[in-house]
Design a protein around this ligand. Sequence first.
Ligand code: MRU
Length: 378
Amino acid sequence: MILNLPKEEKIKAPAQVDIIKTWIWTEKGLYLLDQRKLPLEEKYILCDNIYKIRNAIRDLVVRGAPAIGICAAIGFAIEFKNYVSNIKKEEILKNKIEEEIGKISNLLATARPTAVNLFWAISKMRKLCLDFLENFKRKVPKKSLLELAEILEREALIIWEEDIKANLKMAEFGKGLLPEGGILTHCNTGALATGGYGTALGVIRKTSENKKKILVFVDETRPFLQGARLTAWELSKLKIPYKIITDNSAGFLMKRGEISAVVVGADRIAKNGDTANKIGTYSLAVLAHYHKIPFFIAAPSSTFDLQIESGEEIPIEERSPTEVLTCFKSKIAPPKSQAYNLAFDITPGDLITAFITEKGIILPPYKENILKTIKNED
Ligand code: MRU
């Protein structure tokens, strides 16, 4: 996966991160590895304005809760810089800038509804702008806005770097929890879905680096096939043994004793531990409970939504029926068939054995322990 950039194009980040480079940020914009095309093609798309970044998030060029948050932060920084660069006057009215910040925030926030990391990152960037503007009365000099554009770039980089650090910490905390044997995972939670390394897949990666004998069972994850296309692609690059299974195989494999634990990621976790994740996660949790198999969620604190009491309040994205009715652009159902394409489901907290976070392992009772561990500092 090599992106041949012209020599003169300065790279902002990453200096180095992982063997899997989900994106590369240069002075020209954000090059996103097009996840719709993996594993058949490894192609990057250049996103140099907010519309391209928003569409990339909406259309799953980039996906996975932490990755969406980081891309939104970078998109915010890129668009603010574009805006300031086009200002002709030496000074600009403060309310015009606030309007622009509102526009950028709204555009990004409407890309996808479920992953809270998106809103978490936008609100961090927006707050930084508003705090900065507090220093001015009615007008702001252009040179101060250029300074703010630099601050926003730095903040986006911090959000990215902090996510990688969180993944590495989660992996350290989680590696002792996973037993040897068959580990089942759903969707994609690796470097492609995060700043680097991964959440659930990061824990699996570290467990395997620690020479525990594991075989990863990868749910194919219909309809977008995040498992069969993306997780399998990452695992093969990492040389970790895996087998792809159809989404309906899990129960029988559990019954036959072939699964020792399930570990998945999350898109939003409520105060009581109810967790939104890729559709199919709830069924896995019910099956794991029935077969008395541990069921873990690995997620950074940016995925916890401490504003909401339970999963009832989590908006569930409904995507186009076309995703279900076609496979690689070929129609797979009779003409005029309807499809119901919910992208996420909610797993009740009481089906979850533990949360693996960068702040430590959280055990039940979640109503008390989530709040104690994940303090809402923002
Ligand atoms: O629709 P997607 O591919 O964005 O859904 C992703 C998931 O559900 C992941 O499991 C979740 O975001 C955790 S990623 C570390």
